[in-house]
Design a protein around this ligand. Structure first.
Ligand code: ITT
Length: 188
């Protein structure tokens, strides 16, 4: 069965492809000109919105990922605004570091909501995953994407950007969301 991946983010796409590599689904990318405005207040709402709109527009099953970084001392910001917190990944990272300047509480979590929609746009499945970490004082590592260089995972003593991809694939918020999703995916 064909599954349209409803993302424009190459980093996410790469990781989603790895999680779904052994599944029975054949992946295809959404058309470039099909953009969905993220009007939801939660990660789940936005994941459902993206999956649903892309499914309906293509007439195929679709999967969407809405994710972001929630920083405790910033009351959960950037949260659902993670992608809109600056123009480039570097700008977004600098803004978070700036806002956390002189703040001893560095606790944060990455959240990932995944939704799968039927060809008629109806949501068939949704899951969510979380990964706890800390925001460093300066970026470290060059792998991954997005906020990875400032997100430190104490249990592995590395940032996401320092982890080999196989390790991030086991511990990340996206990994937790997909662990919950994969068994259900075989039943669709
Ligand atoms: P699509 O909506 O097209 O999928 P997007 O980048 O706009 O792509 P989101 O709205 O879900 O996606 O925003 C997610 C933001 O959080 C974005 O800035 C990402 O770089 C960041 N993010 C999500 N997962 C991440 C991860 O595993 N590592 C680092 N940053 C991540």
């Amino acid at each position: 069965k064909l599954l349209v991946v409803a993302t424009s983010n190459p980093g996410k796409l790469r990781e989603m492809q790895l999680f779904l590599a052994d599944s029975a689904w054949e992946l295809t990318l959404k058309p470039d000109d099909l953009e969905v405005e993220e009007t939801g207040n939660t990660f789940s709402e936005n994941a459902c919105l993206k999956a649903s709109v892309v499914a309906k527009a293509t007439g195929k099953w679709a999967i969407a990922d809405d994710s972001g970084l929630a920083v405790d001392a910033l009351n959960g910001a950037p949260g659902v605004y993670s992608a809109r917190y600056g123009k480039t990944d570097a700008d977004r990272i600098q803004r978070v570091l700036q806002e956390l300047q002189d703040t001893p509480n560095r606790q944060a979590q990455f959240v990932c909501a995944i939704a799968i929609a039927r060809p008629n746009g109806e949501i068939a499945l949704q899951t969510q995953g979380i990964c706890q970490g800390e925001i460093l004082l300066a970026p470290r590592g060059s792998r991954g994407f997005g906020y990875d260089p400032i997100f430190y995972v104490p249990t592995h003593q590395m940032t996401f950007a320092e982890m080999p991809p196989e390790l991030k694939q086991q511990v990340s918020h996206r990994a937790q969301a997909f662990k919950a999703l994969l068994p259900q995916l075989t039943q669709l």
